[in-house]
Design a binder for this molecule. Sequence first.
Ligand code: PRP
Length: 189
Amino acid sequence: MHWQDYVGEIMLSPDTLQERIAALGKQISTDYAGQELLLVCVLKGGVMFLTDLMRQITIPHSIDFMAISSYGVGVRESSGIVRILMDLGTNIKDRNVLIVEDIIDTGHTLQYILRLLQARSPTSLRVCCLLDKPSRRKVPIEVDYVGFSIPDKYVFGYGLDLDELYRELPLVATLKPELYSQFTDQGEE
Ligand code: PRP
């Protein structure tokens, strides 16, 4: 099947995404003016967003990456169990850290990352997330920068995968509802 065969609708076009990301980059550059910033990307979904966002940030900044285990979403959702697969290579003590995520769903992943990084005494620790599904939240998370607040639909593209494919798409699409049962990553308990 071609990726178009999975699409219910195009939720966010390339232009819509890039326009919002430019605004986020501008806002972040203003908020951290005169300071340095470390962008922490959570693999793998955050990669597309990170690379576009950093091109819109005009203050000096560096990047680093973390990888977190999924375990199967059912397990993670019910228990909140998250495990670190790859840690940062950077010491974040006394740094301004901005976590860059593609999507917040239950909030378990971010809650885990925030606690882990907060314990390392950064100067500041904030979150920039492209997509937020507030109706799915199971733990309270304060998100400082949100690209788009979206309804509880299965979405893919622009970093988000369908069984590891289609992360490269420059847009965010919804999955056809009749195909939900084939993919259990989002919206399944
Ligand atoms: C996604 C996303 C977040 C997490 C959000 O990652 O990138 O890290 O799920 O879900 P939560 O709020 O319910 O914790 P995923 O595990 O799908 O890995 P991937 O980014 O490598 O696709």
